[in-house]
Design a protein around this ligand. Structure first.
Ligand code: BG6
Length: 504
């Protein structure tokens, strides 16, 4: 954790200051950092947007967002006022070069007032089609030149495919160097996701068995009960593969499968993650059905509430071919993982909102116990719980007390909440704190994003060119389509119901 004494004076320039992302996630997280003393002493939140408003009205608008979405709820007036005093606003037309010249003057005059070159963070909370305009505007006005003090933050979707990602990246790298570019994947800011590295590399006991010799297969599940909400327009163009797999699920895969890094430095870790994607066995349009399954939710019931089918959601085509569920069977072709399947699945409107990684170990090589003792035998599994439980569960066999020899599966649990009795920072808090400290470890490097797009291209293209004939093919409130079961059944495996029980 960074403490604020090590943070330099900062001007945080928020493009899209009036938008939903700023209101719901970014400003509440900045406020939480402020509350916990993790913003630099001297800090300005410089909002930029096209709407007619001023700093006072913007602060009042943010207060509602903070009340609803910050970890600390509605702040007391004195605390809020201190934070609100840091907020400034510039109304700007982002297509006009003079806006960037004006911004330059504003930022420089603060440097002069404070008597030092401040850190300048440009956060693009704007739709991707505006990236080019804003990045070029900033670059042409000389904002990117100070390599040491200037950073730019962008969020997904980083492209629609390999080609469009490259276009975005070309614009960014025309003006900024890689060290200045922070690409957010909010999953990497989640405590439990970061804990995968701690668990694997701060303990000597897991690494010796973390390989093909001991691991039978790995499943990664990120299931949501949410539908597409009001995001039909975006989601129709995206689908589950782009929205979740290309970024979040691949990040989880990389953390589970990567080799030990030499250090916790950003590039040491990111190099090892890229190696995983580099080692993925390609999926082609010819072998696609053996390695990938897609689904789209139909109407159904979740927790007693009737849910409409995807095709009836607002802004969704009534004959849509967009997948709301995707499952992949992946092989990481290297010494450690040869022959070990990694099964990934994600979907909307599933039976439960749960994210977890399950490492299924191989069976014992020889059954020494009488058959009657082991009727209940289950494979040993290590489950890394990301959401809603946060912890680690080891599922293994134990003897049932009594004179008879009977075996039964039991759970050994580690719960974050119980162990630390403290609330975790939100993902955005963690990531913004790292942007302030210029620590890029939890951010995506261009080559990783590019490799993820490259890998998925044949699947994206085939799914686009060959519309699914069976959509909708899973009921809201179920665990997904039959075809996803077949992916695993072909290997004699099956998806297990995630480990939902709360630690007692
Ligand atoms: C976003 C996706 O990146 O992640 C959403 O666009 C998804 O569709 C969300 O709902 C899930 O994130 P979280 O943190 O709620 O699990």
């Amino acid at each position: 954790m960074t403490n604020n004494a090590s943070l330099r004076d900062t001007q945080f320039v928020l493009f899209g200051a009036n938008g939903d992302l700023s209101w719901r996630l970014i400003v509440p997280a900045l406020f939480d950092l402020f509350w916990t003393g993790q913003l630099p002493e001297r800090f300005i939140l410089q909002g930029v947007d096209r709407t007619t408003t001023d700093a006072t009205a913007l602060a009042a608008h943010y207060l509602l967002g903070v009340a609803q979405h910050s970890r600390h709820g509605t702040p007391d007036e004195a605390t809020w006022q201190k934070f609100a005093n840091k907020i400034r606003y510039i109304q700007a037309d982002i297509s006009d070069a003079t806006s960037y010249a004006h911004l330059h003057e504003v930022l420089t005059s603060c440097d002069t007032d404070w008597g030092c070159p401040t850190e300048k963070i440009f956060y693009l909370a704007i739709p991707p089609f505006l990236f080019d305009t804003v990045v070029s505007g900033l670059g042409n006005a000389g904002h990117a030149q100070d390599r040491e003090h200037v950073r730019i933050v962008v969020e997904k979707p980083l492209g629609h495919d390999l080609e469009t990602f490259r276009q975005i990246n070309n614009v960014l790298t025309r003006y900024f160097n890689e060290q200045q570019i922070f690409r957010i994947d909010h999953f990497l800011g989640k405590e439990t996701v970061q804990n995968i590295l701690a668990m694997r590399f701060a303990n000597p006991i897991f690494e010796p068995i973390w390989n093909r010799g001991y691991v039978d297969h790995v499943t990664i599940t990120v299931a949501e009960t949410l539908g597409v909400e009001k995001r039909g327009i975006y989601y129709e163009q995206a689908g589950a593969l782009r929205d979740m797999v290309q970024n979040h699920l691949f990040q989880l895969l990389c953390l589970v499968a990567m080799e030990p890094p030499v250090s916790y430095d950003a590039d040491d870790i990111r190099n090892k993650k890229v190696d995983v994607l580099h080692a993925l066995r390609p999926i082609t349009s010819e072998n696609l059905s053996d390695y990938a399954a897609r689904g789209q939710y139909d109407e159904g019931w979740i927790a007693g509430t009737h849910m409409t089918g995807y095709r009836n959601e607002p802004d969704v085509d009534s004959r849509s071919n967009t997948e709301t569920y995707a499952a992949l069977k992946l092989y990481v072709d290297n010494w450690r993982w040869q022959g070990v399947p990694f099964y990934l699945r994600t979907g909307k409107r599933m039976a439960a909102a749960v994210s977890e990684i399950s490492i299924r170990f191989r069976d014992v090589p020889h059954h020494a116990f009488p058959a009657s003792a082991g009727l209940n035998t289950q494979p040993v599994r290590l489950v890394i719980q990301i959401n809603p439980e946060q912890g680690i569960v080891l599922k293994f066999m134990a003897k049932v007390p009594g004179s008879e020899l009977r075996l039964q599966p039991v759970d050994m649990r580690f719960s974050y909440q119980e162990a630390f009795q403290t609330e975790s920072p939100t993902a955005y808090e963690t990531l913004l704190r790292d942007v302030l400290a210029s620590n890029a470890t939890l951010f995506m490097r261009a080559d990783q994003v590019e490799m993820a797009w490259k890998f998925l291209t044949p699947i994206l293209e085939t799914w686009k060119n060959e519309p699914a004939l069976d959509f909708p093919n899973y009921a809201a409130g179920s665990w997904g389509p039959e075809s996803a079961e077949s992916l695993l059944a072909a290997d004699g495996n099956r998806w297990l119901i995630p480990t939902l029980k709360k630690p007692s």
